[in-house]
Design a protein around this ligand. Structure first.
Ligand code: NZQ
Ligand code: ZN
Length: 389
């Protein structure tokens, strides 16, 4: 296992009714905050009212930034920075999923930066400080509630980039699984695929002695495989929502990654799809993942796929190793398309080859390759994209 520092200090309040703790925590840091949320789901399901009445209990004043897009735009970040400055706000509270939380993070950092917020997205080293960040999570997916990461798009330049620094870790996050009852099937499914993808990105690594991280990853994968379809079919199943929500946080907060991993492979490719076509992140991941798996399967990687197939899918360990590996990949694809009803290929999302050359180069982020579990150069990336059509 490699050396590491694990420092994830977000205070989590998990479970029914935990919103009651929100303002008592915020007031320790801030009393005039920016409320950041998306397209209005929180007004329909009552979460907005619950948050606002709780803020009033501690006389926390707030200004609102609504309409944050799924795949949040840099324009929303800039608006938020401006609102904080003009109104002299000292904290940022996101209510929503990864999009609202990510937007809130870069707003919080942008207020402390003397320049355009896009600089912070392009280069995380520019983030030196941020206003305190809080979140009320409404969808299980990205893990943004308990990590430093933020992913922001500039659609005019077809760019979608990840950033983050220690100061963009939320101070407090409220995780009430009941708040996810109203998440539509499509986003429940995409969220489950995203949690699984974060887990795969960590699980498929070259470090064979991170045994503990691998077993924890398998537990998260099995949880998603078990509860994802249940939550899609029965949105108010508390157990399913709770298990998915907690999986979302632990798949990406460093638990699986620390001591174990290298660069991620499928996420940078998916971010190109979202940057050019504005698709739902989890849909892109679910489509690409089985094709990435098939592409990298070889004598060098087959043992990891056997581990995956036997431990996660309960495939007979006495079968030939490539049979196990191929079965595991088929089951993964079948799960995404038939159990979660996610589109099977890129054409179903109206994506064709037009930008694949550009995407394949951009996905390497100027390094000429993705240094993931298996190194991928632009030719490899293009082939994976073509296979996913
Ligand atoms: O905008 P509203 O009206 O709130 O509707 C949202 C949105 O349409 C809806 N929704 C969320 N909670 C709901 C609900 N609808 C009904 N009831 C609820 N309780 O769901 C839709 C998707 O929301 P969004 O926040 O976009 O989803 P998600 O959490 O999947 O976030 C996706 C973004 O996060 C980035 C993705 O790339 C994408 O931009 N990621 C962030 C990461 C991170 N911060 O660590 C890592 C990920 O890999 C990912 O890249
Ligand atoms: Zn993701």
């Amino acid at each position: 296992m490699y050396n590491f520092t694990f420092d994830v200090s977000t205070k989590i309040f998990f479970g029914k009714g935990q919103i009651k703790n929100l303002s008592g925590e915020i007031i320790k840091y801030s009393n005039r905050i920016l409320l950041v949320y998306g397209g209005g789901s929180i007004k329909k399901n009552g979460i907005y009212n619950a948050v606002v009445s709780n803020l009033k209990e501690n006389n926390i004043e707030f200004i609102e930034l609504s309409g944050v897009e799924p795949n949040p735009r840099i324009e929303s970040v800039r608006k938020g920075v401006e609102l904080c400055r003009v109104n002299n706000l000292d904290g940022v509270l996101a209510i929503g999923g990864g999009s609202s939380i990510d937007c809130a993070k870069v707003i919080a950092a942008g207020v402390k930066y003397n320049g355009d917020a896009w600089d912070l997205v392009k280069n995380r080293k520019f983030i030196k400080d941020a206003l305190p960040i809080f979140s009320v999570l409404t969808i299980a997916a990205t893990g943004s509630e308990m990590d430093v990461n933020a992913v922001i798009s500039d659609i005019s330049r077809n760019e979608k980039l990840g950033t983050g620094a220690p100061s963009t870790l939320p101070k407090v996050s409220i995780l009430d699984p009941e708040y996810t009852y109203s998440v539509p099937k499509k986003h429940t499914a995409a969220g489950t695929a995203d949690i699984m993808s974060h887990t795969f990105e960590n699980y498929f690594n070259v470090n064979n002695d991170a045994y503990l991280q691998s077993r924890m990853a398998e537990a998260i994968l099995k949880t998603c495989i078990h509860y994802g379809p249940i939550a899609c079919q029965n949105p108010e199943n508390y157990e399913a929502r709770a298990n998915l929500m907690w999986s979302s946080s632990w798949a990406i907060n460093g638990l699986l990654a620390k001591g174990a991993t290298q660069d991620w492979s499928v996420h940078p490719i998916e971010h190109e799809l979202s940057a050019f076509y504005d698709i739902t992140h989890g849909d892109g991941l679910a489509i690409l993942t089985p094709h990435w798996m098939r592409y990298i399967l070889s004598e060098d990687t087959v043992d990891k796929f056997v581990e995956y197939g036997v431990n996660v899918w309960n495939i007979d360990k006495n079968l030939d190793k490539f049979t196990i590996a191929n079965k595991a990949i088929d089951l993964t694809q079948d799960f995404f398309t038939n159990s979660l009803n996610i589109p099977k290929n890129l054409r179903e999302l109206d994506i064709d080859e037009e930008y694949f050359d550009q995407m394949s180069v951009k996905a390497t982020k100027g390094n000429g390759r993705i240094n993931g579990y298996v190194t991928l150069n632009p030719d490899d990336i293009k082939k994976i994209l073509i296979n996913a059509l």
